[in-house]
Design a protein around this ligand. Structure first.
Ligand SMILES: O=C(O)CCC(=O)C(=O)O
Length: 247
């Protein structure tokens, strides 16, 4: 504990996000980065086996590799990192589960953008709001497709989203991006934000790969509103205010 200051917590509540200092050393980030390369190669092979041209394109240029903690022992340990557990204790409560986690890679010069959205716009849960910890595994900057946020957008509540099949994303029916700011990060920094905070990411037009890891956390056994059933990774990280030990 002690990684998140009162000022950062206040910014989370006021603006809907804050950005930490780098939280891991080169060795740990290097291990995660290598796991990203392995998972990306596997995702391309799996898409090529399926034979769908759009799926192959997305696997190459904008892979979102979900439930990565089940595909990598290193990531299964990483999701219980101190900064995530502390963010859960501060913003969720004494008990929290990993809700979903994704590896998101944008290859140099051709990585694709990802449209504005609230994470809660994808699947609604009871309770609605949860925590996204967007983590820079590589350096991230405007030209390699860093994320952008709309400060205070979490205060708008849930905005209606519609599915756009062409880009295979949920998109809010209306928004004003005039106050958007880019969140450029060093490797190991975390943008901690609400699932109601609007964000997007740009294309990668640089020569550097952009690697982001996106673990999200919620109350234990969270219910998906449309099915009434528990939903998500349901992987405990915090119980009774204490971190669940790594295996
Ligand atoms: O990493 C990205 O490019 C966007 C990820 C994102 O917005 C999300 O996972 O909700």
């Amino acid at each position: 504990m002690g990684l998140i200051s009162d000022k950062e917590a206040a910014q989370f509540h006021e603006l809907g996000y804050f950005v930490t200092e780098p939280m891991w050393g080169d060795a740990e980030l290097g291990e995660v980065s290598r796991e990203f390369d392995r998972l990306h190669a596997e995702a391309i092979v799996a898409a090529e086996k399926g034979g769908d041209a759009n799926a192959i394109r997305l696997a190459k240029l904008r892979p979102f590799i979900g439930q990565a903690h089940t595909k990598s022992d290193a990531l299964k340990r990483f999701v219980k990192s101190d900064i995530y557990v502390e963010a859960c204790a501060k913003f969720i409560g004494p008990d929290a589960d990993l809700y979903y986690n994704q590896v998101v890679i944008k290859p140099p010069e051709e990585g694709m953008s990802f449209a504005w959205h609230q994470d809660s716009g994808y699947a609604q849960t009871r309770p609605l709001e949860y925590l996204t910890c967007w983590t820079a595994i590589s350096r991230t900057f405007v030209d390699n497709g860093c994320i952008w946020v709309l400060p205070k957008s979490h205060k708008l509540g849930l905005i209606e989203h519609r599915r756009d099949e062409k880009i295979q994303s949920m998109v809010p029916v209306k928004y004003d991006e005039s106050t958007a700011i880019p969140v450029e990060m060093k490797p190991g920094q975390v943008a901690v934000f609400s699932s109601l905070t609007m964000h997007k990411s740009g294309p990668n037009i640089s020569k550097e790969v952009r690697k982001g890891y996106v673990p999200q956390y919620h109350v234990p056994q969270v219910i998906r509103t449309d099915t009434g059933k528990p939903w998500g990774d349901l992987f405990p990280v915090l119980r009774g205010g204490k971190p669940v030990p790594r295996e």
